[in-house]
Design a protein. Structure first.
Length: 216
């Protein structure tokens, strides 16, 4: 805990290259993190956390919701974007302007100017939750980057190449970090290892991730 706070506040914001087209912007969201968590709380009042099922019927360990014009869904029909929350039948909560602007600024800092995200998937991890290695392939615009904001307790993020079998590298993502990948790295395999137990001053024992994309 003490160590974690030290990590977060000691390092200057910096860019850490992952590979061509992929970078971690260390600390990029640190100053607005508390505000982002307030926005997430408002969004989940309207569109609550839920554990989606994979097309094969497996319950995902990560709880999810969405904001923006389109929300990412998984169920027995497959993976897709939808403009309504299937639980409420209403449109997803709108994407807050500050979140759109933060994602646009992060994309620009990573070399992808003109990002206009229309979808934000919000993931909640408790210790043990994970996301297996996968590619993001459900978006129409395969040039637009992916902007992924980490809040709360740390994660080990795995990043590989464009084949499932290839080697991966592990990167520790902490509160306030933003990973961006696009262009030559847009279809890289990536995932999150099971989250270790930890505590964070703003989120308790939870990790929140916001993934912004251009879906349509
Ligand atoms: C994902 O890319 O699917 C998850 C990213 C994260 O939680 O850091
Ligand atoms: Fe992903």
């Amino acid at each position: 805990m003490t160590l974690e706070l030290f990590d977060e506040t000691s390092a200057e914001p910096s860019h850490e290259a992952i590979t061509l087209g992929a970078v971690i912007l260390r600390g990029f969201a640190r100053e607005c993190a508390a505000e982002l968590l307030r926005l997430v709380a408002q969004i989940t009042d309207d569109a609550p956390w839920r554990h989606m099922r994979t097309p094969s019927g497996h319950r995902m360990s990560v709880a999810m919701t969405n904001c923006g014009t389109y929300g990412w869904l998984s169920d027995e029909r497959g993976y897709r974007y939808a403009d309504h929350d299937p639980i409420s039948g209403r449109p997803w909560p709108p994407m807050p302007k500050g979140l759109f602007e933060l994602a646009d600024a992060a994309a620009t800092a990573a070399g992808f100017a003109g990002f206009a995200p229309d979808a934000c998937l919000i993931n909640r991890y408790v210790p043990g939750a994970k996301v297996s290695l996968h590619q993001d392939l459900d978006e129409r615009d395969t040039q637009a980057p992916i902007v992924s904001i980490s809040l709360g307790i740390p994660a080990v993020f795995r990043f590989g190449g464009s084949t499932r079998k290839g080697p991966t590298r592990a990167f520790r993502l902490i509160h306030g970090d933003i990973a961006v990948w696009g262009g030559p790295a847009r279809h890289a395999y990536h995932g999150v290892d099971p989250i270790p137990e930890a505590q964070h001053a703003l989120t308790g024992g939870v990790r929140i991730n916001l993934t912004l994309r251009r879906a349509r």
